[in-house]
Design a binder for this molecule. Structure first.
Ligand SMILES: [Cu+2]
Length: 172
């Protein structure tokens, strides 16, 4: 990597970090608290990648977990519907998106094992320039949450995480 590529990468990382910090200070933790009177679901469907029609390689429009704040009853299950080249990774309560430390800042995957609760199925590489219809990429991946806490969920693909592909599961 030359100096220009490195500075572009650092700039992208800084922009991503800024966006995440801003989100964290918007009071989203309060969303789950304020709606605490509603019954908590025992099974939730979450979009992990914003639709196969957006899953072209390098398309940041796809790099989202929807919704970003997920409420769940203790012992419940989150069914991550994976659309595109993604890897579901969940961290134990206490870890926040700003605490993520990529194993290799220039690598393809985040691979931060510190505090990891669940490492999902590794995606297969899609064919060059096409959307891969393979179930190795596009799948449902169910994760149970037997204990209370607020769990960080990220996409383990590093450029996707830098695009803001993370969410929290609030379990009570
Ligand atoms: Cu991803």
């Amino acid at each position: 990597m030359n100096r220009r590529e490195l500075s572009s990468l650092l700039l992208l990382a800084a922009v991503g970090a800024g966006a995440r910090s801003a989100w964290a200070h918007e009071g989203h933790e309060g969303e789950a608290e304020s709606s605490a009177s509603e019954p908590l679901p025992v099974s939730v469907t979450v979009s992990f990648g914003a639709g196969l029609n957006t899953a072209q390689p390098g398309n940041r429009a796809n790099h989202h977990i929807l919704p970003r704040w997920i409420r769940l009853r203790r012992g419940g299950v989150v069914n991550f519907v994976v659309a595109g080249f993604h890897q579901v990774t969940v961290y134990n309560p206490g870890k926040k998106d700003e605490d993520i430390v990529p194993a290799d800042p220039s690598g393809l995957f985040v691979n931060d094992p510190n505090g990891r609760f669940y490492l999902g199925i590794a995606p297969a590489a899609p064919p060059e320039g096409s959307v891969n219809p393979s179930n190795a990429v596009n799948r449902v991946e169910s994760v149970s949450f037997p204990k209370s806490g607020t769990y960080l969920v990220i996409c383990n693909v590093l450029p996707h995480f830098r695009d803001g592909m993370y969410a929290y599961v609030w379990v009570r």
